[in-house]
Design a protein around this ligand. Structure first.
Ligand code: PEP
Ligand code: MN
Length: 266
């Protein structure tokens, strides 16, 4: 099955100088100080093209930090102004899309808990009609390739042409080495269906812990992924979400230096 979607190549919507795309930033924007300092340190390191942040956090259980919401969006505008980098956030409702666009967020992504729900994806697709913004779609939390494919068909059906896939792994019923099993074969099959859609590895959410990040990053590059989205926090141990998998901007730089990107270096 090779499904034809109207897509634009990655290099036409973001200039990475031919290198893999690097998206870095905290799991969550927590405070203005935390977000801006992290953004400044990432910019100083020089490897990233895009700053990520979770502004609305889809937590599995209530009672954990659910994101700052709209008040965090001016921090992203400020980071963009200071660093010249693009910004990317997760959107899960039509209202999130409206606010993201109002505050000039450059790239939107659908999280794994959104891709899993066709009603939810369709509501986002409807909100994106007539909008020209890049949209990245994470794999669904469960290993169901068709849901991932369907989400692309819905978002592309709304007229979005700047599309990318994020491979963040799949949830496990039992404890495994990984927080989310990579099941690399599913991403390979995705590529055979949508050869023109760039694949971005998310080692942070596959690993769940710092010690596995390099190995997963290397594997993604060996599979010719087009980029990476990696969580980075100025003080990872104090992070309000996903503390055990985040790296400082400097440690992320060190990690990337140890990866064989073939013809690119960071
Ligand atoms: C995230 O990127 O912080 C996140 C919530 O990821 P996922 O949707 O992959 O769980
Ligand atoms: Mn996270």
């Amino acid at each position: 099955m090779n499904v034809k979607l109207n897509t634009e190549p990655l290099e036409s919507w973001i200039d990475t100088g031919g290198k893999p795309l690097i998206i870095a930033g905290p799991c969550s924007a927590e405070t203005e100080e935390q977000y801006l300092q992290t953004a400044r340190e990432i910019a100083k390191e020089g490897y990233a093209h895009v700053l990520r942040a979770g502004v609305w956090k889809p937590r599995t259980r209530p009672g954990s930090f659910e994101g700052v919401g709209e008040p965090a969006l001016p921090w992203l505008q400020q980071a963009k102004k200071e660093t010249g980098m693009k910004t990317a956030i997760e959107v899960a409702t039509p209202e999130h899309i409206e606010l993201a666009l109002k505050y000039d967020v450059d790239i939107l992504w659908l999280g794994a808990r959104t891709t899993v729900n066709p009603f939810n994806v369709q509501a986002l697709a409807d909100a994106l009609k007539g909008v020209d913004v890049p949209v990245l779609i994470k794999n669904p939390i469960n290993p169901d390739l068709a849901l991932w494919v369907g989400a692309f068909e819905r978002i592309a059906g709304a007229g979005i042409t700047k599309l990318g896939a994020i491979h963040r792994g799949f949830s496990n019923a039992q404890e495994t080495k990984y927080r989310n099993s990579p099941m690399w074969q599913i991403a390979v099959e995705f590529k055979s269906i949508f050869p023109n859609i760039p694949m971005i590895g998310d080692p942070s959410h596959i690993a769940g812990k710092r010690s596995l990040l390099a190995e997963i990053t290397q594997r993604s590059m060996d599979l010719n992924y087009d980029g990476l989205i990696i969580e980075s926090h100025r003080n990872p141990d104090e992070a309000w979400s996903d503390a055990s998998q985040q790296l400082t901007p400097a440690a992320l730089g060190e990690m990337l230096k140890g990866i064989d990107f073939r013809n690119a270096t960071y």
